[in-house]
Design a protein around this ligand. Structure first.
Ligand code: HEM
Ligand code: HEM
Length: 157
């Protein structure tokens, strides 16, 4: 399986452990952030599936992964759109509770992540209704950027 599957799982588990370390009860804004993160990584795993389908010489594996991909496909757009709604709630509650802390890196890495997520969701919907090679490439590039920002936001700052 593509390395991306393991990287996604590793990121989610790292965040879970660090939260378990910090909180006895997760506050609601963190729950929304965590749920959004889960849905983003779930959709990003499509990249791992597609890479493996393209690269593996094992025909059986190709068919198995393509079948799973096809089953998940109808949910993909709604999983991505729900992730954006959850993250809007996450950010709205945080800004309502703490205000926007201009000198805080966590706020800025979050802003980078939400802007990329908006681009991801928009490029997904545009790609669905007006498909083109350029839009396909944009959707994947935003995917890499989103992963980068989300990892920065949850693990580093
Ligand atoms: C794709 C977008 C986003 C995702 C997936 C996300 C996810 C998360 C997660 C899982 C946490 C808890 C883990 C941790 O503290 O390291 C968190 C914390 C935090 N996020 Fe986000 N977030 C996003 C966007 C934003 C935005 C736009 C803001 C700015 C308002 C923001 C501000 C924060 C802050 C300040 C915390 C720390 C809260 C605390 O410790 O009580 N996040 N985020
Ligand atoms: C968190 C948000 C999202 C992520 C991380 C994500 C990620 C991905 C990935 C990795 C692929 C496979 C790329 C390829 O090799 O072609 C893909 C395909 C696609 N995405 Fe998204 N996506 C997101 C949201 C959306 C949304 C909201 C839509 C809305 C319609 C959408 C529509 C599509 C379409 C039409 C395809 C091509 C068809 C297919 O996968 O079989 N995506 N997405």
């Amino acid at each position: 399986m593509s390395i991306w599957l393991y990287i996604n799982i590793l990121l989610f588990i790292t965040v879970l452990f660090s939260l378990a370390d910090q909180y006895a009860h997760l506050p609601i804004h963190i729950m929304f952030g965590l749920a959004g993160l889960f849905l983003i990584l779930f959709n990003w795993t499509r990249h791992a599936f597609f890479s493996t389908i393209r690269n593996t010489p094992d025909r059986k594996k190709k068919i198995k992964l393509a079948t799973i991909s096809k089953r998940i496909y109808p949910f993909h757009r709604w999983v991505g759109t729900t992730a954006l709604l959850l993250i809007i709630l996450h950010a709205a509650i945080i800004i309502h509770r703490f205000g926007f802390l201009w000198m805080n890196m966590k706020m800025w890495s979050g802003v980078g992540a939400i802007i990329t997520l908006i681009c991801m969701v928009l490029s997904g919907w545009f790609r669905l209704y007006f498909p083109s090679v350029k839009k396909r490439r944009m959707h994947i590039i935003f995917g890499f950027l989103l992963f980068f920002f989300v990892a920065l936001h949850t693990v580093l700052f």
